[in-house]
Design a binder for this molecule. Structure first.
Ligand code: HEC
Ligand SMILES: [Cu+2]
Length: 475
């Protein structure tokens, strides 16, 4: 060995180490990782010894829905955003095959935060379209880790959806739960604004300013809403693996209507109890667990709340089962609340005399508008794009004024098109008297450049008598 450079020596030892393992006959059992599309996770690992796990992931560049009427060219591991949840066990040897589909236009790679080694595998996995790369690593640290593409421009590859989670299950395993789901937040930066229709290209300036148009769970607005909601039954324990691909924002992850019984802080081994909102850093993850005690819809949000109501970070967990009134009663009473010495409009104002002039109706209507409608439809009736429809020059309003009056009386919900823009919100019934509705509608129909009729209480009464329309609010 004399004269052998250190590097050769180290290489020899390393080589010797490998062959020794082979020589003892401890060949690791080989298995292929089961990969399923989000929000599902692969089956639990039941083995108690390490294995060699082969992971096969193909990168795809594809066009898909980002929101209703909005398309985007996503780049996704496994053809989904986020990419598949990869589950291995502490001490496993992972053989990773990254395939870049021949139809793709760009090279890609993968940096797994669970890898101990330079770049998390990025350099070893750099793959041109129509090629496949292989590299291996041993998973030394248990936890839940982000993986992402790290090909330049890195920010753009991540912004286009190239991220996912890999779980390294601790040797001793995790306590079993009834349901496990996989949720990953990410932002999208588009040329157009939130809701602008058509194929939306990536907007670099907005990404640099960290000002996304979309902040979503699992790659699109509504990916976990309605029919796509995740679900559980009353009494079950739910575990959510929550990642944040970023590229820029930190998530304040919260579930409306639940308290996290357990949080594995930052996806590591530290357990916190009884948490309302937990931070998920960009390029980080968390694991939250909670027992669902009552039925109903729990809402997953980023509690940086404008992102939720205006940019898409809203998901649903539908819990079915019997009501549990001892834990949560539901509404028990709705009565008129009168602070001492005050009267409310709805309760005690006598109906104004029937025959007001248009000017008088306008004046009283303006007061009602500023008390009730203003919060949503805004000071000058301009609304908020994609959230609250405009009352200025609203084609929907002008097309059928009785329908609008009915909407104010009985509330309205579901899809509607106003001036070419889709709204799918909810307006609760406005508890106003017929004369008050007549006045506020007269005000709306004759303000901000609108020119229209004077609405009389008789007309409102007639609409009220006809009963609710199909799109009326349902409790
Ligand atoms: C809590 C928020 C909220 C309040 C308060 C509210 N609205 Fe609405 N309004 C909405 C939403 C949301 C829609 C769209 C409903 C849908 O998508 O089905 C809507 C729809 C409408 C429409 C039909 C769509 C259009 O733009 O022409 C009219 C008219 C209307 N509201 C009038 C009023 C009036 C008048 C008041 C006050 C008396 C009022 N709203 C109070 C939220 C509100
Ligand atoms: Cu990439």
């Amino acid at each position: 060995m004399q004269g052998t450079p250190w590097s050769r020596l180290i290489a020899t030892i390393a080589l010797f180490g490998l062959t020794a393992t082979a020589a003892t006959g401890q060949e690791l059992p080989v298995e292929h990782a089961v990969l399923v599309a989000p929000p599902s996770v692969p089956p639990a690992i039941t083995r108690t010894e390490p294995a060699k796990v082969i992971v096969d992931v193909e990168v795809k560049e594809y066009t898909a829905r980002l929101a209703d009427g909005v398309e985007y060219v996503f780049w996704g591991f496994g053809g989904t955003v986020p990419g598949p949840f990869i589950r291995v066990r502490e001490g496993d040897q992972v053989e990773f095959h990254l395939k870049n589909h021949p139809d793709n236009k760009l090279p890609h790679n993968i940096d797994l935060h669970a890898v101990t080694g330079p770049g998390g595998g990025a350099a070893s996995s750099f793959t041109a379209p129509g090629h496949s790369s292989t590299f291996s690593f041993q998973v030394l640290n248990p936890g839940v880790y982000v993986y992402h593409c790290a090909t330049a421009p890195v920010g753009m590859h991540i912004a286009n959806g190239m991220y996912g989670l890999i779980q390294v299950v601790p040797k001793e395993g995790l306590p079993p739960v009834d349901r496990e789901y996989y949720v990953m937040q990410g932002e999208f930066y588009t040329e157009g604004r939130y809701g602008d229709e058509g194929l939306q290209p990536f907007a670099l300036e907005k990404a640099l300013a960290e000002n996304p148009d979309y902040v979503v769970f699992n790659g699109s607005v509504g990916a976990l809403v309605g029919d796509n909601s995740i679900r559980a039954d009353v009494g079950e324990v739910v575990r959510l693996y929550v990642g944040n691909g970023g590229p820029n924002l930190v998530s304040s992850f919260h579930v409306i209507g639940e308290i996290f019984d357990t949080v594995w802080a930052e996806g590591g081994s530290q357990m916190n109890r009884n948490v309302q909102t937990t931070l998920v850093p960009a390029g980080g993850a968390t694991v939250v667990e909670f027992k669902v005690e009552v039925p109903g819809t729990l809402i997953l949000v980023d509690h940086s709340i404008f992102r939720t109501f205006n940019k898409g970070s809203l998901g649903m967990l539908a819990v079915s089962g019997d009501e549990q009134p001892a834990i949560y009663s539901g509404k028990q009473d709705d009565s008129v609340y009168l602070p001492e010495g005050q009267v409310t409009l709805t309760a005690s104002t006598p109906d104004p005399p029937a025959a007001l002039t248009k000017a008088e109706r306008m004046l009283q209507g303006e007061r009602i508008y500023n008390q009730t409608c203003f919060a949503c439809h805004q000071a000058n009736g301009q609304g908020i794009p994609a959230v609250f429809p405009p009352l200025v020059q609203s084609d929907y309003l002008i097309a059928d004024i009785d329908r609008a009056i009915s909407g104010v009386i009985y509330g309205q919900q579901g899809e509607m098109m106003v001036n070419g823009q889709k709204y799918n919100g909810l307006m609760t019934p406005q508890t106003l008297k017929d004369a008050e509705i007549a006045n506020v509608m007269t005000f709306v129909l004759n303000s901000w450049g609108n020119t229209g009729d004077t609405i009389t209480p008789d007309r409102v009464a007639r609409v009220r008598k006809n009963g609710p329309l199909d799109n009326a609010f349902q409790q």
